[in-house]
Design a protein around this ligand. Structure first.
Ligand code: KDG
Ligand code: MG
Length: 419
């Protein structure tokens, strides 16, 4: 009796084929530093995961190299959940940005492998499409209000429906988010942290003026966002959130540091401006109180710094119970590998809000060819199996690591402040 033909997908997914035979950490600097984990199975399927933590790249590379890679060899790449639990629950020293970024790199590489073995894009593995494209916001910044307004106009012309706006603060040297003339904004620019000076009174004066002008120049429809970047105390944040209410922001981001999650109660008591937070979080525990008490509207923790697709799926489902939507971090220090994975997630997740989108440089895009594309205000993930982002390793090797750290901020009297 002849046996029935084995379906293609089954043929490619025996645990023997899925055995991990190689794992490699690739550090490259095509314009800025990126760390990528490459996992290879016995059947030759390759999965990639982003492991970039801005200014701390080599700490993650070493965690991966010394503590993760030796544990990967010989394991079944198809046991994604068990692998996540192994690296999270199995580690006595758990959580923290370095560990969770390393776990994310493994997790995303395994989802990439699973997609390639199944012949399906990751959004299909997650449960299929919830939307046609992910609404994104770009970054308009200018040295003063007029310049920022002009840049907002340029983004609108390019088709952006949502735009984050930042402007220089008179009397403040190197305000957050403002580039040196003509260049895209990149915060990590020197080998040791650059020192910036912060003035809350000057900042609180200018921001409402900025948004008043943007609404006057650009009308009511465009979605406007703003990032405080952790600079205010809770009561100052409440004051800012209230003062920009007439200009209907899509969100006010990182209005105060969130180590003490309860501090957001103070902002909520005073304002209906929507709040976003979480790009520096790395676990569901960092936002449990914020979400359960509906103190925020958008959670920004993203794939690469939050333990990968497996953990973010859990976080997004928990957020959905409380009407909190996703708004993933997407600065240029997260590699195209993270963006590819994030866009599959955004395409699936029911409680999607928005996705941040800064443009990677041409060199970065050449090292990381990808199939996602921007059309009419939205990013669309591709249909390739996996997450749709690859790496040109020969080209990557031509860009050696270049040490760079994020700046620090001091008050005008010299005391350290939150950057
Ligand atoms: O590495 C730090 C940057 O990713 C951060 O400063 C960017 O706040 C940021 C944002 O919202 O993109
Ligand atoms: Mg931010």
């Amino acid at each position: 009796m002849s046996s029935a033909p084995v379906p293609e997908a089954t043929k490619h997914s025996s645990s023997h084929d899925r055995e991990i035979v190689d794992a490699k950490v690739i550090v490259t600097c095509p314009g800025r530093n990126f760390v990528t984990l490459k996992i290879v199975t016995r059947s030759g399927v390759i999965g990639l995961g982003d492991a970039t933590l801005n200014g701390r790249e080599l700490a993650v590379a070493s965690y991966l190299q010394d503590h993760v890679v030796p544990n990967l060899i010989g394991r079944d790449a198809g046991r994604i959940e068990d692998m996540w639990q192994f690296f999270y629950r199995g580690a006595y020293w758990r959580r923290g940005p370095v560990t969770m970024t390393a776990i994310a790199a493994v997790d995303v590489a395994l989802w990439d492998i699973l997609g390639k073995m199944a012949g399906l894009p990751i959004y299909q593995l997650l449960g299929g499409r919830s939307r046609e494209g992910a609404l994104v916001y770009g970054h308009a910044n200018g040295r003063d209000i007029s310049e920022t307004s002009d840049v907002v106009g340029q983004f609108k012309e390019q088709g952006f429906l949502a735009i984050r706006a930042q402007c220089g603060v008179p009397g403040v040297k190197k305000a957050y988010g403002i580039s040196t003339a003509g260049k895209p904004y990149e915060p990590a620019e020197s080998e040791l942290p650059a020192e910036t000076v912060w003035s809350t009174p000057r900042y609180l004066e200018i921001v409402p003026q900025l948004f008043e002008r943007l609404r006057a120049d650009h009308g009511p429809e465009v979605e406007l966002l703003h990032d405080v970047h952790h600079r205010l105390t809770p009561i100052e944040a409440a004051r800012l959130a209230r003062s920009v209410e007439p200009y209907r922001l899509f969100w006010l981001e990182d209005a105060t540091p969130a180590e003490n999650q309860k501090s957001f109660e103070l902002i909520r008591q005073h304002s209906v401006t929507p709040l976003a937070v979480g790009e520096v979080f790395n676990s569901i525990w960092d936002c449990k109180h914020l979400i359960e008490n509906q103190l925020i509207d958008y959670i920004r923790t993203t794939i690469v710094h939050g333990g990968g697709i497996t953990h973010l799926r859990r976080l997004a489902d928990f957020a959905a119970l409380h009407q909190v939507r996703t708004g993933f971090h997407g600065a240029t220090d997260l590699s195209p590998v993270c963006m590819g994975a994030a866009l599959h997630f955004d395409t699936w997740v029911p409680n999607f809000g928005i996705q941040e989108y800064m443009f990677h440089s041409d060199e970065t895009n050449e090292v990381f060819p990808h199939d996602y594309e921007f059309r009419a205000g939205r990013l669309h993930c591709g249909e390739s199996a996996g997450h749709g982002v690859t790496i040109d390793e020969k080209l990557a090797a031509r860009y050696p690591y270049s040490p760079k750290q994020l700046p620090i901020a001091r008050l005008e009297d010299g005391a350290m402040w939150d950057w």
